[in-house]
Design a protein around this ligand. Structure first.
Ligand code: PLP
Length: 370
């Protein structure tokens, strides 16, 4: 059997040293607050096991996932770290949290009641984080629910509240008035649970300044190289590199068209490279006639529509000796970041990463590599 990297149409490299360095950067910005890591959605598509191991090695003590199954999977990788489950328990799943030592984030009154009743029945004080909705209207308890809980001695006897948390809707817009409104409601919520640690900031909130840091910050995107700041250079290191191989080269004449729907017309003698990645691999269809790749320093435009398994680049400007089947075109990397591709596709870096397909040959570079 040949080398899988040789067989694969495209190669995805994940730099675990860069993930670890980004975490340390976030920790340095946050201190004296502590930095957790959000590794939901398979560590934003990058592979939760190697990423979480690298983060644990860097010193991260607390991890957030979205779903209980993500928590159960992560528990196998990290036997001795705290794992919090952002979506909280669906009815009847409380015992699974206990079995796998997962800490639920309680978002809704029903989750709070379910976990409290479960703890009381188990006869033990069970840990929980309380998520208060401060203005996003997504998940979270109301201030009123927290106020009721703070006066409920029976419930408090069953719960070990380890964190009061909330989530900012507009942290990527530093001047947004909602930020200050959310901060003030967050302070009120925390005042109901004196002595309990708090957490408000994710990647962008981390860069809003000291007022927003509380005791724990919870970045995800920034760890994976997505720019957390609204302006200026990206303070994070790039983490992913995606290279797709040329399958076929073709010279076409003026008057020809490229791809489904014939959306790109050739106006002069042109060389095309057809490359092994498509929308099934997370190359958004919206990149049709808008995306680009790079061969070394040379930018090559993506022409025509994105197909399921294929895209086509105009490589007329590339010297012929650099073009042959098997040569790679960089789709993500130093010349074209995750944020650049997101902008061209009309989306955000988060969606670019979490859409990365499972047909790529994945390579993990640096610390914690399996
Ligand atoms: C996803 C998520 C995070 C991490 O957000 P980033 O913007 O990726 O840093 C933090 N907290 C909550 C509640 C989340 O849902």
């Amino acid at each position: 059997m040949s080398d899988p990297a040789q067989r694969a149409g495209a190669l995805l490299s994940v730099d675990l040293d860069a993930v670890a360095a980004n975490w340390r950067r976030c920790q340095a910005v946050a201190q004296p607050a502590r930095c957790a890591a959000v590794v939901k959605a398979d560590a934003y598509g990058l592979g939760v096991a190697p990423v979480a191991r690298a983060l644990a090695q860097a010193g991260c003590a607390r991890f957030f996932v979205a779903t209980i199954d993500e928590g159960i999977g992560l528990r196998e990788v990290l036997p001795d770290r705290e794992i919090l489950v952002l979506n909280g328990p669906l009815p009847g799943t409380e015992a699974d949290f206990l079995e796998h030592r997962l800490i639920p984030v309680l978002n809704a009154p029903e989750q709070l009641a379910g976990w409290t009743a479960f703890a009381a029945a188990a006869g033990r004080k069970l840990p929980a984080a309380l998520h208060v909705d401060t203005g996003m209207a997504r998940l979270g308890l109301e201030l009123y629910d927290l106020w009721q809980l703070a006066a409920d001695t029976a419930a408090l006897a069953a719960l070990d509240v380890i964190l009061v948390m909330s989530h900012l809707a507009c942290a990527d817009t530093p001047g947004h008035r909602l930020n200050h409104g959310q901060l003030s409601i967050f302070h009120t919520a925390r005042s109901l649970f004196p002595g309990v640690e708090g957490s408000l900031a994710a990647s962008s909130g981390l860069f809003l300044g000291a007022d927003w840091l509380a005791d724990w910050v919870r970045p995800g995107a920034a760890l994976y190289g997505i720019q957390p700041t609204a302006a200026g250079p990206n303070p994070m290191l790039p983490v992913v590199r995606l290279e797709a191989k040329i399958l076929q080269l073709r010279d076409v004449d003026a008057g020809d068209t490229v791809g489904y729907g014939a959306t790109h017309s050739i106006t002069k003698d042109t060389r095309l490279a057809t490359v092994a990645a498509g929308y099934a691999d997370g190359i958004f269809r919206s990149l049709g006639n808008r995306g680009c790749g790079h061969l070394g320093e040379i930018e090559v435009p993506l022409v025509g529509r994105v197909s399921m398994d294929l895209i086509v680049f105009d490589v007329t400007e590339v010297p012929a000796d650099r073009l042959q089947p098997g040569a790679v075109i960089e789709l993500l990397g130093p010349h074209h970041t995750v944020d650049d591709m997101a902008k061209a596709a009309g989306t955000i870096g988060y969606e670019v990463l979490t859409a990365l397909g499972n047909r790529y040959h994945r390579r993990y570079l640096g610390g914690g590599a399996p």
